[in-house]
Every structure is written in structure tokens, then in C-alpha cells.
Design a protein around this ligand. Sequence first.
Ligand code: TPP
Ligand code: MG
Length: 982
Amino acid sequence: MVRDLQSSPDRDPALETLAQLNPNRSSSSPSPALGRLGHPGNAAFLEELYESWKSDASSVDPTWRAFFEGFELGCQLRPPARAGATTPAGGPAPEFGNVLPQARIYNLLFAYRALGHTLAHLDPLGLTPEENSDLALSTFRFTESDLDSIFDSGTLGGGGPRTLRDILTYLKQTYCDHIGVEFMHIMNFAIRRWLRDRMERSRNQPTFSPAQQRRILEKVIAAESLERFLHTRYVGQKRFSLEGGETLIAVLDTLLESCPASGVEEVVIGMAHRGRLNVLVNTLGKSRRKLFTEFHENYVPETVLGDGDVKYHLGYENDVVTSAGKKIRVSLAPNPSHLEAVDPVVEGMARARQRHRDDTVKREKVVPVLIHGDGAFIGQGVVAETLNLSRLEGYRTGGTIHIIVNNQIAFTTLAPDSRSTRYCTAPGKALGLPIFHVNGDDPLAAAYVIQLALEFRQKFHEDIILDIVCYRRHGHNEGDEPNFTQPTLYSEIDAHPPVGRLLARQLLESGVIMEEEIQKIRSQIDTVSEDALRESREAVTKFQPKLHPPISCPDLLREVSTAVPAKKLADLGESISTIPDDFQINSKIRKLLDNRKAMAAGKSPLDWACAEHLAFASLLTQSVPIRLSGQDSRRGTFSQRHAAIYDLRTRARYIPLKNLSKNQASFCVYNSPLSEAAVLGFDYGYSLDCPEMLVLWEAQFGDFANGAQTQIDQYITSSESKWGTTSRLTLLLPHGYHGQGPEHSSARLERFLQLCAEDNMAVCYPTTPANYFHLLRRQALRKILKPLVVMTPKGLLRDARATSPVADLTRGCFEEILPDPDITKGARRVILCSGKVFYDLRDYRTKNKITDTAIIRFEQIYPLHTQKLFSILSRHSPEAEIIWCQEESENMGAWSHLALKLQNLIGKPILYAGRDASSSPATGSLAIHNLEQALLVQEAFTSASAKPSKPHPPAHEGKREAKPRASSSPTGKKNPKNRKKK
Ligand SMILES: Cc1ncc(C[n+]2csc(CCOP(=O)(O)OP(=O)(O)O)c2C)c(N)n1
Ligand SMILES: [Mg+2]
């Protein structure tokens, strides 16, 4: 019999207290809340209130708070009050032990839902977990003798009366079997309830048809067979075997099988080394012949122009046909060795693909799937950065399915050295994601969870984590001896039967499959492998390894028509400065917009931000979509851009560039979270799959880009050579020495230049708004896809010296090398420079009335337009001294990249005028900065003090005493920075 809460003979004092506390209470009409308690069916109501209170006490009203506090108190493990005991105050002791039993049932339900996973059988190699005292019967003040008492089971699996024994069995099946789930940390109650009901309805037990079970077995066997085949045919060759985690292949198959019914058309996968070859063959359908060919020592990639990559980093894309004959597009992103670096790239790719499938609202057609290792998921910061993108307007992808192949080891490192958390999935908890841990030896359970995960993702558009707890049968790779460091673990693993054998036994026992059928599956797969091996051997005899020529792209220096007619610019100027009538905006912004209008109309010189807006506006009206993302990019770090305008009263946002014309292309500008690695990776991924778009990532200051160095080194600069993938991603990196200290002066131009080869990208440092305008337009309009790195201005944004007449936008194109506008020929000294220092040099020349020195600007440092350079140089004296001047230290900036190159090109020594080599990019003192800047500018005009080009001397030889220049100091003092160093 269900114990009626109100008619219970041992009516609870807490409830009495509650009744007294309830302000709505009246003796004749119970409060609505209490009234609801009168019905056993409303137990669910109480239970949900209880859950609410557990998560956040302030979420329930004070009456209920008092009740639950008392209730919890009563549930504590306190000894029942002794008869006749009194409190210190002399009154009767409170009867803690007699709290309403039904209420204790709710506590039990809550506890199992929250902590059941601690008792789940998750580890294929582990023992049954020990009892968790928080889940012991006694914790809820029940004893064995209560097991057959009947209670209301609240929301458990549809509710209704159940014995305590049945309730426990139900809870254990659902939460403590082969699936352990963490979901009670989810703050969204609708999600939490959905998960609870969904899991409890099925008791978290898979119910696959026999055909589906056979398919799952087949996939596990396929995974196993491929590994065994590779193991025996390519002994000792690295493949990063999946063995121990073969369940992954069954999980991915179940996911793809479930896609059509869920409206999914495309899946974008990112994963690391472990099991990648297996996924390529058994999930994406890459041919075994191709894979085996790649194993051959003479193998040379056919399609890659560049250096190629090892087979376990290559990407692939295919249409996978499900058992129902439906096609799903599946791609596996190429990835570098750097674990988890692929995560944001896949997210960006998925978002771009959603755009192409017109799926930008619900994002249900393209699903990103990230497959992680346990060590990398908890260890790598980019995981947290990427998770944090998941709900942001500019970076959402509608929910990522994370699968962790948790083999409980990272190379040789075990969990105690790997993490401070119980589970490797802990980063997901910060986001409130559902986390399912599954015993990897139970592929049916894992397949059940992936179905649930997809259903969840499609319903709530949130990330979800499936943690497949498994083991690694071999060493880290196949040449690695695990017994050196894990002798005990590996003796256990050696004795442990493979997943396929366990599942086969289970299905044989349940009569789902016959032994002969299993044999047939195995031999069929082996035959396919044997045939493929034979074919691959034939193919491989054709390979003749030979060195490939460097990738080259002469078209990178071809002029692109980027001018825009004056009338068009004036019209665009009007559009970008017009705000709806009902918008009230800040008066300074109004002035800024009025200035932009005047600039575009040619009434005043253009500044950078206006040139950029006009470049964007002209492209958008030429049907080129634009995406700009970065920290505070809507306003601009230096309050220069103001791409978004806000209403003073409502903060309604208006973006003029989105309102140019009806059929303009889309303009997307986002303030990114404070992350470099994930955001740059995301924008890179986006740019790969949206080649028609101008995708720009902006660093807050250029030096922060080194927080994303992995993305720059591993993807942006080298992916064309490794994987044949490139994009027109554009990096805007504020750079320039303004005496603001060692941070934020340098965007590390030298680093980008060091990465330049084989025409892999363009690196530019424009000095005028007009050239910046042409550069942006060139990047968007030319057919060639190459990344562009731009050193962008800080102080020059508001420097009258660095403005352009609008006429410069209406003619010409991007100038890689800018000749001296004043001294056009016959100079006896030529200063070469790049970027901001040009203005200081020119001022010095004017002030000192120097007329024999030309200043030539390298607006594009890579690839160098040597023809233009020669043509400009040829106008000056052949005897002219040539000096490279830069404000960056000698070991930084463009000098080290250009020194020998220029010397070889020009055929004579190039002198150097600039700061000494230094470990930190700049001084912390404005006064010293100013002095250094004055010196280096003066040096450029005084050949005696400039240094001839030569390879960098070691630091101890690089001191200034080798080249005294005290006489050249305008103050008569030695260079203060040198003095400091001595
Ligand atoms: C960023 C990074 N650091 C270090 C490594 C070297 N490394 C390669 S695999 C590996 C262990 C990875 O462990 P886990 O994530 O658990 O994956 P598993 O190999 O066990 O599948 C390490 C440290 C790497 N590839 N990337
Ligand atoms: Mg691992």
C-alpha cells in the first residue's frame, strides 16, 4: 500500500512543522502546496521541489526551504533519540529518526541519480566498485526489513507503488550497471528531467533488435580484424592500434545509422591518432588497398603537392551509405600530432558546412563529432576553450558529440599523474553537459548511449559526452613496450579477452547469432583484407620516390583590380554612416559616423577604420560575405572600428555593414571569448570550408597570437604542404612600437616570416589606409586561396600622417613595394623599411632637410615582389648605400628574414639601423623607447653607424662595443639600452 502522506499513521513532525510554517495555511483549507501533498500522484511534485532545493536552495520558497532543511536534518545518520533524553535546554530531544519514510525514498532517488555512477561497472579490467556509503541503505535510515515495504516511487520510471527492493533494483539497473551517468549537475531542469525520464524509461538498458545486435558485433569484429591484419602484416609499424577500444567503431556506426531519422545529413569528425586508421576504413569507407599502399615504405602520396603527412594524420571525406540506403556525408579532418588542436578547427568546419546547407538556425543537419583520448581531454587547455565556444552566437554548432576513447592511460602516464579529477571528462561539467561513462566491453550499452546522445543533441542543441572506458592492448604505439612501466596492468590486459569475443559469447548465449555466422563474418573480412593487400602490392611497384619541387604560386604577385569608383565609395560612405531614425546614439559616435561620411565623399583624408569599412562595404555589395571575429572586434580594441552601434536607451544593436543593400552578402562580426587557440582554430576551420568568404581573425594585440601558435604552425602555415588544404584566412595583428612596454609592441613579425616558404601565405605591413583597403580587397577577390597575415596599426589609427586621400581608393591596386612619394629618383642613400617607422624616418628627413635619401616601403614582405623592388631601386644611384631600418630589435622584425635575401638580390651589403638584438621585444620605459627610436632613425641616415648585414653573431658578440656609435647619439650619450646591457 502506498503510504498516504497525510493519512500516514506515523505522520512526520517535519510535515507538521511545514504546515505550521506555511503562511497560506488555514485549518479549513490547506495551502495549495500542502493540498497537493494529499495525493500520492503528487509525490513527483514534492520530489522535483526537493531536487530544485538541492541544486539551489533559493529556487524554492522559504516555506519549502525550511521543510527540506528539516527533512535533510532528519535524514542524517544520527542515532535515534534515547527514550527520555533531553536537550541541554531541558526540553524533549527532537525525533530525528522518525522522518517521513516516503521523504527518505525521495532522498534515495536523488542520491542514486546523482551518485549512482560511482557504483557503475565501468572498467573492463576493474573489480566491482566498492560500496559507496552515501548510497547505503542505512544512510536513508532504512534496514533490510524495509525492503518489502511499499512506497511511492515518485518519478522513477513512470512512478507508482513499488517495494523498496524494486526501487533499488530499478535504480541500480539504470545508474549502476554498465552505464554511469553524471547529469544532476545540469542547471536546466527541463534537460535534467528529459534525461532522467529517457534513461529511467529504458533503465539504461539497450533494446536492439537481433539484426542490430549482429551489426554491432560485425563492426567490432571488423575493427578487431583490421588491427590484427595490420599487426601481423606490418610488424612493428606505427598504427596507434584501437585494440581494447574497438567499441568505438560500433558506436560510430550506430551514430551514422541513426542520422537519417534524426535529420542529420553530414557528420564532421575530428580525432587524434588512436584508432584513426580503423575509423578511416571501417567508418569512412576508405579502401583497404589505399591504406595498405600507404604502409609501403616506397609509398609517395599521389595528390599532395607538398611534403605530405604520415597516414595517421590524413583526413578523408566520403558518402557513407547506411543499412537503409541513406547517404550521410562524413568527413574526418586532417590533424596534426598536437592533441586536441583539431577540436576548434572541426567546429569551424561544421559551422561553415551548416551555412552551406542553409542550416544556421537549428543546426541540425551537420553534426560535429570529436573523438578524444582520456589524457588529452583533461590535459589540453584548448578543450576547455572549445567547449566554451559551444553556446556563443558566433561559434555555436548546435551541439558537439564528444566521444572519449578512454583507455585509462596516456602514453605511459596513468590517471593519478594525469588529473586531479575523478573522471577525465570533468571539463564538460563546467558547461553542465550530460556525461555518460560506459564500459567499453559492452558495445551494446555504448551504442545505446550514442543513440541517446544524438537524440539529445538534436533536441537541445547542446554538447554531450560519451566516455568509453576501455584499455589499450599494446603499448602507446606498436613499437612501444608497455611492460617497462605498467607490468601489472599489462599482465591483466594480456589475460583479458577481446571485446569481440565477449560480445560474440553474449550473442551466442542469447541465440542472436550462431557460431558459423560469426566465423563467416571473420573470414569474409579477412578475405577482403587479403585481396586489398595483393592489389596494394601491385600498386606500390609503380612508385618511384623522387624529390618534389617546392610549391610555387607566381600568381600571388599578380595584380588584382581592387579600385572602387568614387561615386560608389561616396554611396557606401552614406550607408555606413546612416542609422535608423528611431536610434539614439552616443554623440561621439555620431561625430565619428559623420566623419566617415565626409571621408568617403573625399571631403577629408581617410583614416584606417574608414578605409576598412569601405573595403568591407564594397566587398559585401560585390557579393563577398565577410566574417570577422576577435576579442572586442565589434568596437575594435582601440575604439576605432565601431562596426556595431548601440541605442542609448535600449542597447539595441545596429550594424551598418549589414544594412547596405537588399542583396548584399552577409556580414558577420563577433566579439570572441578571451581565447586565441580555439577562436583562431575555429576561424581557420570555418575559412577552409567557406572559401568564398573573407574570414578575418583579429588579435587584441598582435603578440597574443602566440597563444594560438599551434594553430599557426600546425595548420595555417603548413596545411597546404601536409594535406593540400588552404584558405584565405586573414589575421589582423596590431603591431608597432609606441613605448608601451615589452608586451603589445610586437606581433612577432619575425615568427610569421620564418614560417614563410613555398608561397604558403602573404605577410604584409601596410602603411596607408589606402593600401590596407586594396590589400583586404585583393585577399577577398583573388581566386588564389592563401592565408594573409597583416601587421595592423595601433597609434597610426589616429595619426594624421597615416591617412589617404579617397582618390587612392579609386585607382591602382595593392602595392607590395611603395616607392618614395617625394624623392623619386637619383637618391644616393636608400632606406628600406616596413611599416610604422616610415613616418618617423620621413619626419627626420624633413626636419633635417635631407634631400638625397629615398625611403622605400615593403608593404608586403612575403612573397617579396623583387621585380617591383628592382624597378624602384633602379631609379636611384647605383652607388647608393642601402640601409634596412626597423624599429623592432635586430633579432626580430623583418631583418633576419630579409638580410641575406636582399644582399643576394641586390649584390651588395645592406646596412642595418635598428634596435640591438634583445630577448624581450621592447623596453618598459617610454623615455628610453623615445631615445632608442630617435637613435635608430638617425642611424638610418648616417651610414657610419649602421651595421653591415651579416648572420646574427652569438649574443655575447652582439654587443654594441663591436660597433661604437656614441658619436651618432643626438644627446651625445651612448645608447641607453646598450649601456644597460654592459
Ligand atoms: C599537445 C601534445 N602533447 C604531447 C603529445 C605527445 N603524445 C602523443 S600521444 C600522447 C598520449 C595521449 O594520451 P591519450 O589522450 O589518453 O590518448 P591515447 O594515446 O591513450 O589514445 C602524448 C602525450 C602530443 N601528441 N600532443
Ligand atoms: Mg589514453
